[in-house]
Ligand binder design. Structure first.
Ligand SMILES: Nc1nc2c(ncn2[C@@H]2O[C@H](COP(=O)(O)O[C@H]3[C@@H](O)[C@H](n4cnc5c(=O)[nH]c(N)nc54)O[C@@H]3COP(=O)(O)O)[C@@H](O)[C@H]2O)c(=O)[nH]1
Length: 714
């Protein structure tokens, strides 16, 4: 089709549309193959020109082509296309709505399609949209000014020279300055300091580079008071990326800082005493170590533990225990320099960190002083209360070069101080550490040994002085360690007691003895009156103890009269009221009760008389010095006399010489036990010594045996 013909068709169509449908514009395209347009033109009615020029003229033919192309495709897809929207993304984001689109195919020629677009209401829509946009813009401006005014955060806007142009209400409230007073001032001019001493120039450089900076600054109010503020500083740039303004948004973070400080304080201090806790102590100790390393100094860690705190807590209650801890913490603080640290690790454990001690001698003086000030009476619940403490000392660098090791070694030394009689102090030495490590191994092995039943009983005979015959046995535990061989009780009983493993271990001993006495009875083997079993404090204090004993007796069928329990004086005196009750119950079961190691606990026999005891065993320490020590002779004589007057059997333990034996005979002892007669021996060695015929070989009546014999007859 020629260009003239195309123009002519277009004009005719335009005319028809303008006349018939009030069309404002006409787009005419020539599509040669039914798909691709080859030519196009846009015609506008005179009425529409006023509106269209501003937008369409700019894009001219290209726009016409785009619209035409779209319409062609649209028309093909939806034959009856009535309504469609096309968006053109130019700067003004013009949206054209084609109200009606008609496709008119001129049948005469297949390659000739005239697309007529009737653009109606478009301009009115555009106008309305422009108006809406303007109003929205105004509303936005209004909203922004309200946000600016009512923001709780202070906002300050400066020009590109950083001189303030405007500030909001929050700014005035926080800083105390009016707008007039700060306009023209340089932004951030009231800053006093920046954490980490970052210079302001560095902050501005960061803003220039990243368009943003935020951080904490210390600022001065108009009244001269300082406050921390959290500030965000940003840059406004124009289209050519030139800085036009700076915006500072900040808030007063005093409260936030205070609550942060409170949180940090709580995380680092003991709630009860206000002393540094373990966490803070470790931090201070690590710093002190670094400093000492730099300055080639020493420092010392004193680990302090109260000797009877558990008793206070259990007997006088937790409130009293708390009072005691507060009082101790104050005394400790008063006892050292302000530059030293007193910390509470928990419970009754305190640590004193001493900077630059002069040496062992000075440390010993300080430790003694601390023990002494804690020993001063403390008024608890209206009463004067005395407490003692034990201290372990470790020194940097000789005992360790890191915080954990120094604390661990001071703790080990404290443990040794406590074990060697309490109310004292000890310096750490490597031997202590070796023992501590060995102790951990013993505990681990003991747990396994209890599972695997690696224990066995040895028996040490007791002899009657008047008849010189076997009159009883003491059962003594031994541990057949798979690696270490036979382990003596002194090497594991204390660990078992500390770890409470003595409860299952003690139960094993009682059960094993009960089974043994039944077995010997069944074999008609006589060992005298009974077999003694050593008890530990923890067993006696355990609520279930008497029930356990009763159950074992029932389970094994062992006659209670064949069993004797040995308790030490210190065990009984620890809680006399409770001990008396336990002993009464055991006595009621028919079990004999002996007081072991008598004479070491300074208890009066009159006190002990109130307990249902059958036997007292004079401690080996008195026996070993007789007959040479007149004093010990005297003590043994007295114990024998007191025991007799209380109708108790008196046993002397640790008899090693004939002289001792003769002396004890002269002093009137009933039974003797000791290496002179026999060491503890295993069952296999003992059994050949046991007598076959009960009747014939039983210990004949003697002063010491009267009581037991009468019971046997019963
Ligand atoms: N709670 C438990 N404690 C127990 C148990 N078995 C033993 N023990 C206690 O262990 C301590 C050490 O016991 P052991 O090594 O068996 O020593 C006993 C005797 O061998 C020793 N002894 C006896 N005669 C003499 C002597 O002439 N000289 C001398 N140097 N030592 C001698 O005394 C120990 C028995 O003492 P005691 O108990 O006071 O009668 C020891 O304290 C045991 O109590 C257990 O099963 N449970």
């Amino acid at each position: 089709m020629s260009a003239e013909r195309f123009q002519s068709i277009a004009r005719q169509t335009l005319l028809r549309f303008v006349l018939c449908a009030g069309a404002l514009a006409l787009l005419v395209f020539l599509v040669s193959d039914g798909l691709t347009y080859t030519e196009g033109s846009v015609f506008f009615s005179w009425e529409s020109l006023g509106y269209l020029l501003s937008t369409f003229v700019l894009v001219g033919g290209i726009l016409a082509f785009s619209i035409g192309k779209w319409m062609l495709e649209g028309a093909r897809r939806v034959q009856a296309l009535q309504r469609a929207v096309v968006h053109f993304s130019d700067q003004h984001r013009v949206s054209l709505e084609f109200v009606r689109a008609l496709v008119e195919a001129r049948a005469a020629r297949r390659d000739e399609i005239t697309v007529v677009a009737d653009i109606l209401e478009r301009m009115a829509d555009n106008m309305e949209r422009h108006e809406n946009l303007r109003m929205r813009e105004e509303a936005k401006q209004h909203l922004w000014s309200r946000v600016f005014a009512s923001s709780l955060d202070a906002i300050a806007i400066s020009a590109r020279d950083r001189r303030l142009l405007t500030v909001n209400e929050a700014f005035k409230r926080i800083t105390g300055y009016s707008e007039e007073e700060v306009l023209g001032n340089e932004m951030l001019s009231s800053t006093v300091s920046v954490p980490n001493e970052t210079p302001l120039t560095q902050i501005w450089a960061a803003v220039e580079m990243n368009s943003y900076w935020c951080g904490e600054l210390l600022d001065m109010r108009k009244d001269g008071t300082l406050y921390p503020r959290w500030l965000s500083l940003s840059v406004v740039r124009d289209a050519s990326q030139q800085v036009t303004n700076y915006i500072a948004v900040f808030k007063d973070i005093t409260e936030q800082k205070e609550s942060e400080a409170r949180f940090i304080y709580q995380a680092n201090h003991d709630r009860l005493t206000g002393l540094p806790n373990r966490h803070l102590l470790q931090d201070r100790l690590s710093r002190a170590i670094r400093l000492a390393e730099r300055n080639q100094n020493q420092l010392a860690v004193l680990f302090l533990d109260l000797d009877n705190f558990k008793w206070v807590n259990d007997s006088l209650g937790h409130a009293t225990g708390d009072q005691l801890l507060i009082s101790v913490s104050r005394r400790l603080q008063a006892g050292v320099r302000a530059s030293d640290t007193v910390a509470r690790l928990g419970g009754d454990e305190f640590v004193v960190l001493l900077q630059q001690p002069a040496g062992h001698q000075e440390l010993a003086i300080i430790a003694e002083k601390l023990i002494e000030i804690i020993e001063q009476p403390i008024v608890l619940g209206g009463y004067d209360f005395h407490t003692t403490s034990s201290i372990g000392i470790s020194i940097y660098p000789e005992d360790g070069i890191d915080a954990d090791i120094l604390l661990k070694h001071a703790d080990t030394a404290m443990y040794v101080a406590k074990a060697s009689g309490k109310s004292g102090f000890r310096f750490f030495d490597p031997e202590m550490n070796r023992r501590a490590v060995a102790r951990v191994e013993v505990e681990r092995d003991l747990r396994r040994a209890i599972q695997e039943q690696e224990f066995e009983l040895y028996f040490q005979p007791k002899f009657c002085l008047s008849t010189e015959r076997l009159c009883g046995l003491e059962a003594l535990i031994r541990w057949q360690h798979p690696r270490r061989g036979l382990v003596q009780p002194d090497d594991f009983i204390s660990v078992a007691e500390e770890t409470a493993l003595i409860i299952p271990l003690g139960e094993w001993v009682i059960r094993a003895v009960c089974r043994q006495v039944v077995s010997w009875r069944d074999q008609n083997l006589s060992y005298g009156h009974r077999v003694a079993i050593n008890l530990s404090l923890l067993q006696v204090e355990s609520d279930a103890f008497v029930d356990t004993v009763e159950r074992i007796l029932e389970e094994t069928g062992a006659p209670p009269r064949l069993i004797e329990f040995e308790l030490t004086e210190s065990m009984v005196l620890r809680n006399p009221g409770r001990s008396a009750k336990v002993l009464q119950r055991l006595r009621k079961l028919g079990i004999h009760l002996a007081l072991d190691d008598f004479g070491t606990g300074y208890s009066s026999l009159s006190h002990l008389r109130q307990l249902p005891l059958d036997t007292i065993k004079i401690d080996r320490s008195f026996i070993q010095n007789i007959p040479n020590s007149g004093e010990d002779n005297q003590i043994v004589r007295m114990i024998v006399a007191l025991g007799k007057s209380a109708q108790m059997i008196v046993v002397a333990e640790g008899v090693e010489t004939k002289l001792q034996k003769d002396c004890l005979r002269a002093l009137g002892c009933d039974f003797l036990q000791g290496f002179l007669f026999s060491r503890p021996v295993p069952r296999q060695e003992l059994e050949p010594l046991l007598l076959r015929d009960n009747e014939k070989n039983a210990c004949p009546p003697c002063v010491g045996c009267q009581q037991t014999l009468s019971e046997q007859v019963e």
